[in-house]
Design a protein around this ligand. Structure first.
Ligand SMILES: Nc1nc2c(ncn2[C@@H]2O[C@H](COP(=O)(O)OP(=O)(O)OP(=O)(O)O)[C@@H](O)[C@H]2O)c(=O)[nH]1
Ligand SMILES: [Mg+2]
Length: 370
């Protein structure tokens, strides 16, 4: 299906594509490739791109929102005495505190774009197992139809054991995000992905591949523990594969990108039919719990105040709101998210080191004013 077809008068919401994958699987190159594919449509349908990798020095695409404009990753490492992964995680956490602004910018452009694409940090677990990764994913998925594109380095998954580890990881992400999921076998210019599809469709073929690998039988010819475990796992994964779409692409040559967009459009329907009702149910439940917690804490606060006033009537008289002081303490954290494509004037203001804790936990940053 032509991705630009959705830019008709009855405008559908754009689909958010979250690219996730092991380090070096080709996420950023894939984002660049789908970006150029969308630009080459007639009429061109440029997507809205978010780079969430604070540590990358060069991205092969032009991001509309780039985490590096908001958070200075080397400074985060320095100020908080962190290593590279702690630095990425903290940078992502800080960025997440401003994600409402990001959503605001995305929503403003929702009428004009068909796809919103997110490139995630190289260390997969930083995004998939962190609170900020979950908050970002949930926030995006609550406002737009969302799919996860799980990028796989095909040449590196030809060994059955590696293939299985990768699939188990994909399974854990599906379980965590509960979003429509597309397996993207990347780098098919180097290694065609048909072997993977065969293993996914017929677990006996996978078990045969497993048996042909050395180390699967012990000295007495019995299957090793690992071999038996993987055989059993392949049966479990068989069920998992039934809910997935898999495409082979080459981000280098552009092969398979159209098939990827066909899978995205099919996932949009899946999202609307299956995921959205579930999401709305979960949201209503969350709001109910939150409301109950708010009421409970408000009741306790009122009781405490009554006791306090009874004990100290003079103090209660002095404890009054002064309208003249209103607004003095307002401080929005001094960080603004920037839509690069809309920026007119760029003012770079490095926050002096040492003031980090004084601005509500914000880090020294580049602030770009539109
Ligand atoms: N041959 C080939 N190489 C690819 C393809 N896609 C990506 N690469 C190469 O794989 C390497 C890693 O690509 P990136 O796009 O940086 O991968 P990434 O997943 O974004 O990496 P991190 O963000 O650092 O984890 C680069 O050298 C790319 O040129 C592909 O389809 N074919
Ligand atoms: Mg990358």
């Amino acid at each position: 299906m032509d991705p630009s077809a959705s830019s008709s008068s009855s405008k559908k919401k754009p689909v958010a594509i979250i690219t996730i994958g092991m380090a070096g699987a080709g996420k950023s190159t894939f984002v660049q490739r789908i970006n150029s594919y969308l630009h080459s449509q007639d009429p061109p349908a440029p997507p809205y791109i978010l780079n969430l990798d604070p540590a990358v020095t060069h991205v092969p695409f032009e991001a509309n929102i780039d985490i590096r404009d908001t958070v200075n990753y080397p400074e985060v490492m320095k100020q908080y005495n962190l290593g590279p992964n702690g630095g990425i995680l903290t940078a992502l956490n800080l960025f997440t505190t401003k994600f409402d602004q990001v959503l605001g910018l995305v929503e403003k452009r929702a009428e004009e774009v068909d796809y919103v694409i997110l490139d995630t940090p190289g260390q997969i677990e930083i995004f998939t197992w962190s609170a900020s990764g979950a908050i970002i994913t949930d926030a995006v998925a609550s406002s737009l139809p969302t799919v996860v594109a799980y990028i796989i380095d095909t040449p590196r998954t030809t060994a059955p054991a590696t293939f299985m580890s990768n699939m188990l990881y994909a399974c854990s992400i599906l379980y965590k995000t509960k979003l429509p999921f597309i397996l993207v076998f990347n780098k098919t210019d180097v290694q065609p992905h048909e072997f993977a599809l065969e293993w996914m469709h017929d677990f006996e073929l996978f078990q045969a591949a497993l048996a042909s690998h050395s180390g699967t039988h012990d000295s007495e010819g019995e299957p090793t523990y690992m071999n038996s475990l993987m055989n059993s796992m392949s049966l479990v994964l068989d069920e998992f594969y039934k809910h997935l779409k898999a495409v082979g692409v080459s981000s280098m040559t552009g092969d398979g990108i159209k098939e990827f967009f066909d899978a995205v459009e099919a996932s949009r329907e899946e999202y609307e039919k299956e995921y959205l009702p579930e999401l709305e149910r979960a949201r209503a439940q969350r709001e109910k719990t939150l409301q109950a917690a708010k009421e409970d804490s408000m009741n306790r606060l009122m009781k405490d105040l009554e006791i306090d006033r009874a004990k100290n009537p003079h103090g209660a008289l002095a404890d009054r709101w002064d309208p003249e002081n209103e607004g003095e303490d307002e401080d929005d954290g001094n960080i603004n998210i920037v839509d690069r494509s809309k920026s007119l004037v760029i003012v770079m203001t490095p926050t002096p080191a040492g003031q980090v804790s004084s601005v509500k936990g914000c880090v020294p940053s580049l602030i770009i004013v539109c």
